[in-house]
Design a protein around this ligand. Structure first.
Ligand SMILES: [Zn+2]
Length: 189
């Protein structure tokens, strides 16, 4: 099975590349072409990077787990997909490592219950992909990027309060820097 020419889409965002690869993998899965799925995963490793390859592998694994659970009527569980290295921030929307900006906001309570209270922290980090949706105030677009179910789950307790509590413009994050280092306030993340 052949797919489109294999050049990573233009644009600096890893997220775009990951999304493109995942779109093709999902098509191959729907077609039942396991070898094409494997090939695309290898391609993500070589054409993207080890880290992109790892994100893709985790996403594929999560999809397979979800499909297995759906088939057997098991409850779905949240998949933790992360590639954070020490001192590295992740996009608070989609989880891709290496945010390009953060948005300051007034801290709020995300969840409070018998197990304790989870505070939001006072910054939302965003990769360039997610930042483009936030800056355009395009939340339907964000839902498309994150997946409807994931978006819905996080919209009420995280994204909407974030929008209400925002206090300023996006602040650029230099590649490879750790903007959380040395901070004493606003932890909770
Ligand atoms: Zn993101």
């Amino acid at each position: 099975m052949n797919t489109a020419p294999e050049h990573p889409p233009t644009g600096p965002a890893d997220g775009i590349f990951v999304r493109d690869v995942m779109r093709r993998i999902e098509a191959a899965e729907r077609a039942g072409d396991r070898r094409e799925v494997d090939r695309l995963m290898r391609w993500a490793n070589t054409e993207g990077s080890d880290r992109i390859g790892s994100v893709v592998a985790q996403l594929v694994e999560a999809r397979q787990q979800a499909a297995f659970r759906a088939t057997f009527g098991l409850p779905q569980v949240a998949a933790g997909i992360t590639l954070a290295e020490p001192g590295q921030q992740l996009c608070d929307f989609c989880g891709v490592p290496g945010p390009s900006v953060y948005y300051p906001f007034q801290e709020f309570v995300v969840v409070s219950g018998p197990g304790g209270t989870v505070m939001s922290g006072d910054r939302m980090y965003a990769c360039s992909m997610c930042a483009s949706y936030v800056d355009a105030d395009d939340w339907p677009g964000m839902a498309g990027w994150l997946g409807a179910a994931f978006f819905k789950r996080n919209n009420k307790r995280l994204f909407r309060p974030f929008r209400r509590n925002r206090t300023g413009d996006p602040v650029p994050v230099a590649p490879g820097s750790d903007p959380e280092r040395g901070r004493t306030h606003g932890g909770g993340r």
